[in-house]
Design a protein around this ligand. Sequence first.
Ligand code: GDP
Ligand code: ZN
Length: 344
Amino acid sequence: IASRIPADAGDNEPDQSALAEGEREGIVLKAYSGQFVVQADPDAGGIPRTVTCSLRGVLKKRFTYSTSGSQPRRVTRARQNIDVDVAVGDRVRFSSIDEAYGVIESILPRTSRFARSSFRGREQTMVTNLDQLVIVFACAEPNPDLWRIDRWLAAAKSNGLEPLIVANKRDRVDETTFQERFGEFAEIGYRLVATSAREQLGISELRALLAGRVSAFTGPSGVGKSSLLNEISPGLKLATGEIGEITFKGRHTTTVRELIPLVSGGWVADTPGLRQLELLNMDDDELLACFPEFVPALARTCRFRNCQHQNEPGCALKEAVASGEVSARRYESFLMLRREAEQR
Ligand code: GDP
Ligand code: ZN
């Protein structure tokens, strides 16, 4: 089970120090047996290049994760710990040995970390600094399952990821059908982009929304995730169906982890462990926060102070559903997600 481990801001203050002589910054694209492929930040006007790095024996600065106490794992600084956990997504400082090789000197503070506890009971970091979840569905072929979209929106929220809904195969439906299927998400305020990988529609808009961020793609197979990524970043040449759905069962058993750099900027995380990105345990308030359009109704307050918004008379939310202010479909999704949370 992969989950987001919150970074503790207090222990993880940004490193303001200037780059040391000969040091450069970059992002870790791949990690394997003590070697790290680092994409160097472009020099002014230059294009990024990749450098294969090893770790300096003792990093000048590093972070470990203590599991003590009832708190979620906090980021703490460890003075002597050789078992340093540099992961895909980490921003690092490195010094060059030559054009192709370098040494990682330090890790910059992380904004997020996703890990799973699988490897001989040990926690394994899958990716760090992930910030966006791209939820891809097709307008048709296959028709979108709106409940699945709601569920992914909640998963993004509970994991602190910015959601982006992509409605691909826009060429397959007319405007009315498109609006019927996806319009409500834009109305609520979610970012929505309509695309057609086949007819190159919305591609530059999507490129702009991916630039500068680390994104994970999810969505059922056959909706066009691989086709879209090939359009966004020509040269990737992903095979059809290569970007699988993030399932809750874990389709892949391998642990190839990498960030795919896009030529237009930004990175896509291809991390099988994230296919199990789970809904965190959410209490009612956190769950309600996944439905921002309920806020005005709930502000009118229900008759009972501890209203469960289900069977109680005088429930402001149910009244909003009855009047059409809140979509009955979204309200049903809320009830279903709550039942799921209760069963956990
Ligand atoms: P993935 O499983 O989500 O990666 O989906 P693929 O990229 O493999 O695409 C599945 C099928 O849908 C392929 O046959 C694609 O050619 C087709 N496809 C992808 N994007 C579009 C699109 O925008 N419009 C249409 N009509 N077909 C598309
Ligand atoms: Zn209520």
